[in-house]
Write a protein that binds this ligand. Structure first.
Ligand code: 5GP
Ligand code: MN
Ligand code: MN
Length: 336
């Protein structure tokens, strides 16, 4: 990352009285945590802050509702059409801003805080570092450069980005710098046990029933990816309807499927309430799922990526399977 970009970013933020924040659609812990963490710090510094994400159905996922700072959120319709200063979080392309992509196009200045290797370089000030384990690591650095303190609420947001994107400090992206940042955040007094419970241990009983149905049809395709193998399953709308399970309760199913030892690749296709299939893919590192997902119209990292499909699961899987190839290097990229 260029020192000049850091300097330009701090200059723009310190000089602004109003800042508009945006993160990628269907926000995860890193996207929303990074945005709300910086948002709270900027509000405390006396700035008018509005934050949003461009989903057609605007709702914070159930497991992220514990994050502080949600009073900063406004619906996309209430978002400034031509912001003076806009900052985007965890989005590699302007398309990932969904309904708010046009606002980003009209912003006078757009600071892009991101860690995806596939980042296209959009925006006027790129704070993009693919070696960072989470976007929230870059937010911590930005706050330091702005001279703004990190209290327990801000730390809760940044820690959520760090712990979710590193898979609870298990993925290859977990460097000494990750643990050092975690130590600084935990020292503010945040409760790692409570955050973990909110994120992973509050599924409704219906989740177990749906998981049962989904595991019942899981398939191990040993021949996929030149014999590296793929395990996959799907969650249809009807599966969820049978137990009244909301779509966003199914996010963790990929983490169950990917526990399998035999295959390098794991895939879960989830049908949303509109009937589109959101596809989550993971690899142990020998296969580049990010490249295959880009070819399917999505994106992501070598080891964690996704795309949207409008075809039946078997057809989508057949096409995805044909695109799987080895990763260019065994480099340990960030995972989500
Ligand atoms: P997840 O499977 O957890 O939804 O997504 C894993 C990662 O894949 C995300 O962090 C993101 O980088 C990427 N990803 C998932 N879905 C999409 C998509 O539709 N488009 C793009 N560009 N990236 C996606
Ligand atoms: Mn993300
Ligand atoms: Mn991220």
């Amino acid at each position: 990352m260029r020192e000049a970009d850091w300097r330009r970013a701090t200059e723009l933020v310190l000089g602004a009285s109003e800042v508009a924040l945006v993160c990628h659609v269907a926000p995860d812990g890193d996207a929303l945590g990074s945005m709300l963490g910086l948002g709270m710090a900027l509000r405390r510094a006396g700035k008018r802050v509005r934050a949003s994400f461009g989903d057609r159905r605007f709702a914070v996922p159930r497991l992220l509702r514990f994050l502080p700072g949600q009073d900063l959120l406004v619906e996309p319709a209430a978002y400034p059409a031509e912001p003076e200063l806009m900052i985007s979080f965890d989005a590699p392309t302007v398309d990932r801003l969904g309904l708010l992509a046009p606002n980003a196009g009209k912003a006078r200045e757009l600071i892009v805080v991101d860690h995806h290797p596939s980042n296209t370089g959009f925006g006027s000030v790129p704070l993009v570092d693919p070696s960072a384990a989470s976007t929230s690591m870059l937010v911590e650095e930005l706050l330091g450069r702005l001279g703004l303190p990190i209290d327990r609420d801000i730390a809760t947001c940044l820690y959520t980005g760090l712990v979710t994107d590193t898979g609870s400090f298990r993925h290859a992206s977990t460097t000494p710098a990750v643990h050092e940042m975690a130590a600084r955040l935990v020292a503010t007094g945040l409760r790692t046990d409570e955050i973990a419970r909110e994120l992973w241990d509050r599924s409704p009983f219906a989740y177990l029933k749906v998981l049962g149905a989904v595991l019942d049809r899981v398939t191990l395709d040993a021949g996929a990816a030149d014999g590296l193998g793929m395990v996959w399953t799907y969650v249809a709308r009807a599966d969820r309807a049978a137990y009244c399970l909301p779509y966003d309760e199914c996010e963790g199913i990929i983490d169950v499927i990917r526990r399998t030892d035999e295959p390098d690749v794991a895939v879960v296709l989830k049908e949303d309430d509109e009937g589109a299939w959101q596809v989550s893919t993971r690899s142990k590192g020998k296969v580049d799922v990010g490249r295959a997902c880009i070819a399917m119209g999505g994106g992501g990292h070598v080891r964690a990526a996704g795309f949207t499909s409008h075809d039946p699961p078997e057809e989508t899987i057949a096409r995805f399977r044909s695109l799987l190839g080895p990763s260019a290097s065994a480099s340990p990229g960030p995972s989500t």
